[in-house]
Each structure stands twice: as C-alpha cells, then as structure tokens.
Design a protein around this ligand. Structure first.
Ligand code: G3H
Length: 537
C-alpha cells in the first residue's frame, strides 16, 4: 500500500548530506567580469520537495535577482564590448589559449560538484543518481568539445590551392549568443550550447531557466576567473522584462534556446532583422513507440517504462505515446501496468528512486486534467495507483484505449502519464507521425528485419532518429540531435555544435610571387592567429 499522505519528509528524514541551509538567497550576478551584488527585487524559489513540520508543509528554498530591462541591456552591452566587433580579447585569442581557459573552467567547476548536484535535486526534484549523471555528463561534454575543436582546428591548419587561388579556411565566431536552457536539464542542456558557443569565441548572455537557477550560482566565480571580462554575463527574471529588450535590440547574433516552439517563435519575431539571427532550438516532441506483433513483450515493457518515465517523463526525448498491435496489446498493457506500479517512488535522495516530485507549479492538476479528459472520451486508467497525487508528487498513470479526441493524444504531457493506443493496421501509427506537429524521434519494437526495415525507411523521413528495440534518447552526445517540424532548428552534437556557433571564413589570394611572400612572412613570424599553420598537439 503506497502512503501518499506521508510521502514528504520531515527535516529529520532527510539524510544530513542533503540538508541545505535554506533559504538560499542568491544576491549576486555576473556582469562585465564582476560578481555584483543585486540591490533590487527578488524572485522566490520553491522546491518540488516539501518538508513537513507539525503538519505544515514548506517548500520555500530561496530567491534570486529579479532583473529588469536596464540590467538586461547592461549585460548585452558588456557582451557586445567583450566581442568588440570581433576584435575583443576572447574572439581574437588563439584556439589553444581559449582551450586553456575552458580547461581552467572545468577544474573550477568540478570543485562545485557537490553544491550543484544538491541544488539540482532540490530545485527540480531530480534523483541523486540522475543529478550526479547530469553533472558528470556535462564535464564529459566539455572535455569532448575540447578534443573536437582540436580536430577541427587541425583540419584547418593548412592551405589549399585551387584554380590559382591560395586559401586557408577556418571557422570564426558569430558575435553575441543568448543562451537559455530548459528546467529538465538546467545544467547539461544549457552548457551543451553555452560551452561550444564560448569556445568558438563568441560572448555570452546566459539566462538560466525559471526552475534551476540557484544551482548555477556556485559556478559564477568559475566563469569570472576563467574568462575575460564581459565574455559571460548572467541575467535572471521574467522573459518579457529581460529577454524582450535584448532581442529587440537586434544585437543578438545567435539564439540558443531549449523550450517551447511558441516562446521560440515569439523571441525570433522580436529581432528587428530576423535574417541576422541564427537560431539553435530544441523544442517539443511527442515521440511514439510502435510495438509490433512479434515484439518481445517483457523487454519492450521494461524499455517503454524507462523511455516514458525516466526523470518522471520530463524529457523532450521521452516516449510520449505507445502504439501496440492488437494481438499483444492486452498482455502488454497488463505487464506495463505492473511494471509501473512497482517503480520505487520517493524523494530525490532515496536510493534507487525512480519517481520523484514534479517542479512545475500546478503540474499534478494539469496531468489529472489530461487523465480525466481521456476518461471522458472512453479511455481506461489501468494501474490502481495511476493518477493519485499529493501536492507535487504524481503517481504515473497508464491510460489505455486512447484516441484522437483526447488531449493526451496531441499534447506533450512532459510528465508521468503513458497513453496507449491499440492498432490493427501499421498505417495508424504512421499517420499519427505524419500528422503530428513534432518530428524528433520514434522507437520501433519487434523482431522481423523486413518489417523493421520498411518502417525505418518510412520513419527516417519523418523524424530524425529511429530507435529499434530501444527507447528514444539524445545520447551519446557525439550523435546528431535534432528534429523536424516544431521539434528543433539546427543540429547539436559535440562536433555539430562547434559548427553551429561559428561561420566559415577564409583568407584567399591569387597565387603569385608577391602573395606567396606575404603569406610566408605572416606564417613564419606568427603575425596572425587566423592565418597560421600551427598544429595543436
Ligand atoms: O529533454 C531533452 C533532452 O535532450 C533529453 O536528453 O535523452 O539524454 O535524456 P536524454
């Protein structure tokens, strides 16, 4: 019997290692190389984890600066000055020197691991194991980015001569990049754009997501110490107050945003010269699993539960709708329901915990509405505890007999609700994919190579990754990660990100004696950082 009423801990229930001295007031921000003290209003931070004291539940854990237009424009001006039309210290630094700065940042960042992981757990309710994984994955991502940049630079460290023209082709920065990550991976997905943007020589304005702000505060000093002034600047507050003026200035060269397509469209339209704006967007998805008649039911159930419910289903890559062949659907749904009922629930620090409280305000109510809406159109709520909730904690719900009249068929639930549809004809899930607004990934479960091949060939032209007998996911980070339709713009992977945040630019000269001498002199005496045959070892 699951005790929802007593799911939240008292202070004494929390292991000492994870008790923080709340509330944490983040009164600092990074502007133009200085860690400044904030004098204005604050925004309060509430945790998905409530702490009980004599039947009172408290989840207030801190606050951070609530900035306005003037503060945002100061950050923009600092970033612009640091770039200085490409003549700034950072964009004109050699790649090797930039790599050294990033390495310094990694060392400083690692010192903050415990604080960052702890705040990840408290701010967004991610389990200790997954929070640690997020931190470590981010460190690996940065180190792999350094190696990828070395390779890119090595490939560009030579001249080519074509049709009588001597050329050297390299990648150059784009200018000022606005980086905005999502709450579900506030560290990893923010740094997956911020670090490549930075290492390519751009200046950064960094706005953390609404949930997942405090965890960045231990890193402000690392940014300050590792990079020249103005290269990284932080802004906090309501998007309308701080992001709109930055976008309307027309001074942003790249928008790196992970969130909803609606917000992305609004931000892009605020730029007065949209053709000058490069957008790198990770948006919504509704990745389907297509479970064929010959699928291994036990393995498929396990993989689908994992794919639908890792971090409570709050992943853009989560499996958000399951299509099961009618001949196996009864057994599949029964087993899926049992699997879900057995998941261990609790607080982020509980060992092996799989389902934890949700950070978005009103999320349990939203998910309840989705379940009730589906029931009103004839769906069945299958698992006994499905949909029970207590404040921010919502027990995963498996809903069967879903159809297109229901909200859950169309909306990205981004939470622990698993809609299941029984199909007769394979064209039913395929039509779903074609008609969907989203086009990120799909998973196929089955054994027959011929059937799988046919489906793969159809789906690769609708989504950007087709997984076989495996859940949808972003990793490994060396693989391209993108989507069609409302799911993404531009491609991210370790190497792709370096390209996305830079542009190819070249030196070119007619092959004659005068030009050859000029080139020889420049290269021999290391007169230019661009025109160089130095090979990074
Ligand atoms: O929220 C979307 C993330 O990019 C998903 O990444 O598949 O590694 O969890 P993941």
């Amino acid at each position: 019997m699951i005790e929802f009423n007593s799911i939240f801990p008292t202070l004494n229930d929390i292991p000492e290692k994870f008790r923080l001295d709340f509330p944490i007031k983040q009164s600092t921000y990074l502007l133009d190389g200085e860690i400044k003290t904030w004098e204005g209003n604050y925004r309060e931070v509430y945790s998905p984890v409530y702490v009980e004291n004599n039947n009172e539940f408290n989840n207030y854990i801190g606050s951070y600066p609530l900035m306005g237009k003037d503060d945002a424009l100061k950050a923009l001006s600092a970033a612009k000055n640091a770039y200085n039309a490409g003549k700034g210290e950072w964009p004109s630094m050699t790649i090797e020197d930039r790599i050294d700065r990033i390495k310094k940042f990694v060392l400083l960042m690692k010192e903050q691991k415990e604080s960052v992981v702890n705040l990840l757990m408290w701010e967004i309710g991610k389990s200790y194991a997954d929070s640690t994984k997020e931190f470590d994955r981010t460190i690996d991502y940065i180190n792999d980015t350094i190696e990828a940049l070395k390779n890119l630079d090595r490939d560009s460290s030579r001249f080519t001569i074509t049709d009588g023209i001597i050329a050297q082709i390299r990648r150059a920065p784009l200018g000022v990049v606005l980086c905005m990550g999502p709450y579900n991976y506030p560290l990893n997905e923010t740094f997956a754009t911020l670090i490549p943007a930075l290492i390519m020589g751009n200046s950064i304005i960094f706005k953390p997501p609404k949930m997942g702000v405090l965890l960045h505060s231990p890193l402000l000093k690392a940014f300050q110490e590792a990079f020249p002034k103005g290269v990284v600047n932080t802004v906090y507050g309501h998007g309308k107050e701080v992001i709109t003026p930055i976008m309307e200035s027309g001074e942003i060269n790249v928008l790196a945003f992970i969130g909803s397509s609606k917000v992305a469209d609004t931000l892009k339209q605020q730029h007065p010269k949209p053709h000058r704006l490069k957008s790198v967007l990770g948006l919504e998805a509704k990745n389907p699993a297509i479970i064929l008649e010959d699928a291994d039911i036990d393995q498929t159930v396990k993989e689908c539960a994992l794919g639908a419910l890792s971090y409570n289903g709050q992943r853009c890559t989560a499996l958000k709708i399951l299509f099961v062949h009618e001949n196996i659907s009864k057994e599949f749904v029964q087993k899926l329901s049992a699997e879900v009922e057995n998941l261990s629930i609790g607080m982020p620090w509980d060992e092996n915990v799989k389902i934890t409280p949700l950070p978005e305000q009103g999320k349990s109510e939203y998910l309840t509405d989705l379940v009730n809406d589906a029931k009103s159109y004839g769906a069945e709520l299958v698992n006994p505890n499905g949909g029970k909730f207590n404040k921010s904690f919502f027990f995963p719900a498996v809903i069967n007999n879903v159809n297109s009249n229901m909200k859950i068929y169309h909306e990205e639930q981004f939470g622990p609700v698993i809609p299941v549809i029984t199909y007769k004809d394979i064209n039913e899930p395929l039509e779903y994919v074609v008609n969907s607004d989203y086009g990120q990934q799909a998973s196929i479960f089955g054994k027959n190579p011929e059937n799988i091949a046919t489906l793969v060939d159809t789906l690769v032209n609708q989504v950007c990754r087709v997984n076989v007998n495996s859940q949808c996911q972003r990793g490994p980070d060396s693989f391209p990660f993108t989507g069609r339709k409302d799911s993404a713009e531009a491609t991210l992977s370790i190497t792709d990100a370096l390209r996305v945040f830079s542009i190819r630019t070249l030196f070119a000269a007619k092959e004659n004696d005068t030009n050859k001498k000029i080139i020889r002199d420049i290269v021999k005496d290391d007169k230019s950082n661009f025109l160089s045959t130095d090979f990074i070892l």
